[in-house]
Design a protein around this ligand. Structure first.
Ligand code: FAD
Length: 316
């Protein structure tokens, strides 16, 4: 049996949850087994709808109102042991990354994080993961009977849903928590970076924070999240939550547009697995061009408004 953590935000399933459920279902099908999704806490979306993504059953654990690592890890770990799960799939969101190790301890499992593909084999579990800040890959083999798989968000994407509703079971549960979540706030008007399909990112080439209007406008036209290089957030031009790279958020979008960013190795470490990279830079020797699928040599203050206008005209 393959167990998958079905993460919610404000009661709704995250896109990364559908991807994780499809991953778990593919693993289960390959082994002639079943995928059980575990929802913890309030869900306004009907939990049985996860059947459309391949879950055979959904276990809805009522009790915790908000995400808390120790509590969620205990509940998931105990469910995995009770159901004798051979794999536990957790998407590598911020909460997911916090959970992986703790769930593995509770469930007496090994953990393979940063996974980017379906397993090559299941007995033992053998799977490819990103390594060295995603500059390389490793093939990892679990030496445990139970394995936590930490899936990189957007690694496989969400395929069209096709299945029917899953069976579900409600349970009232409780587990000790070690911290209390007092308040949660989503940065308003923004798309969560780790899960974004498109990202518009800018660096020190933008010269000053007041020049970000054109970056935000381009992002808005594309339905993209905004991101930035490390020095830009260090000097306070942009919030730290937008910092991508080795020491920031790792992104994996379909489209990454880098504007006025040199392409230092530490920046590339967090963005190089983007499917298509577009670089806009006034310096033809900027290292980022080596990693680009499309490059535009020019002044961002000239190119970006023209690109936005062209996209607006095209999309309307
Ligand atoms: C341990 C360590 C960890 C690090 N982690 C990270 C990380 O996670 N993420 C990260 O981003 N960096 C990280 N860095 C910093 C990294 O090495 C670079 O210094 C940084 O990425 C450079 O940011 P930048 O490209 O915005 O600025 P710059 O290097 O100053 O580049 C600005 C670019 O803008 C271009 N430009 C200038 N004017 C224009 C214009 N008008 N139009 C178009 N282009 C223009 C220039 O040609 C240049 O290429 C780390 C460094 C260290 C040592």
């Amino acid at each position: 049996m393959v167990l998958v953590f079905a993460e919610t935000w404000n009661g709704q399933f995250k896109k990364s949850t559908f991807e994780a459920v499809q991953y778990a279902a593919a693993c289960a099908n390959a082994q002639g087994s079943q995928a059980v999704a575990v929802v913890v806490g309030p869900a306004t979306a009907p939990v049985e709808s996860l059947g459309a993504y391949g879950a055979h059953k959904v276990l809805h654990l009522h009790g915790p109102e908000k995400f808390e690592t120790a509590q969620h890890a205990a509940l998931l770990g105990d469910a995995a042991k009770e159901l004798n799960a051979s794999m536990i799939v957790i998407s590598g969101t911020a909460n997911g990354r916090a959970l992986m190790g703790a769930v593995a301890v509770r469930a007496e499992a090994s953990v393979i994080s940063n996974v980017t593909a379906l397993p090559e084999s299941f007995g033992p579990v053998r799977v490819v993961r990103g390594a060295f800040s995603s500059k390389g890959i490793e093939v990892c083999e679990s030496s445990s009977a139970r394995t936590v798989i930490g899936l990189v968000p957007n690694a496989l994407g969400v395929k069209d849903s096709a299945g029917s509703d899953a069976a579900f079971e409600d349970r009232n549960v409780s587990a000790a928590s070690r911290a209390t979540v007092v308040e949660q706030q989503l940065a308003s008007g923004t798309i969560a970076l780790p899960e974004a399909e498109r990202v518009v990112s800018a660096g020190r080439g933008m010269k000053a924070p007041e020049n970000w209007g054109m970056i935000e406008e381009l992002a808005q036209v594309l339905g993209a999240a905004t991101a930035c290089s490390k020095p830009v957030s260090d000097i306070g031009w942009r919030p730290h939550r937008e910092h991508v790279g080795q020491t920031g958020i790792q992104v994996n979008p379909q489209l990454y547009i880098a504007i006025g960013i040199s392409g230092a190795i530490q920046h590339l470490a967090g963005v190089s697995s983007s499917k298509t990279i577009v670089v806009i830079n006034s310096d033809p020797e900027a290292p980022f061009f080596k990693a680009a699928d499309y490059g535009i040599v020019g002044d961002a203050f000239d190119i970006v408004p023209r690109l936005t206008a062209a996209l607006k005209a095209h999309l309307n």
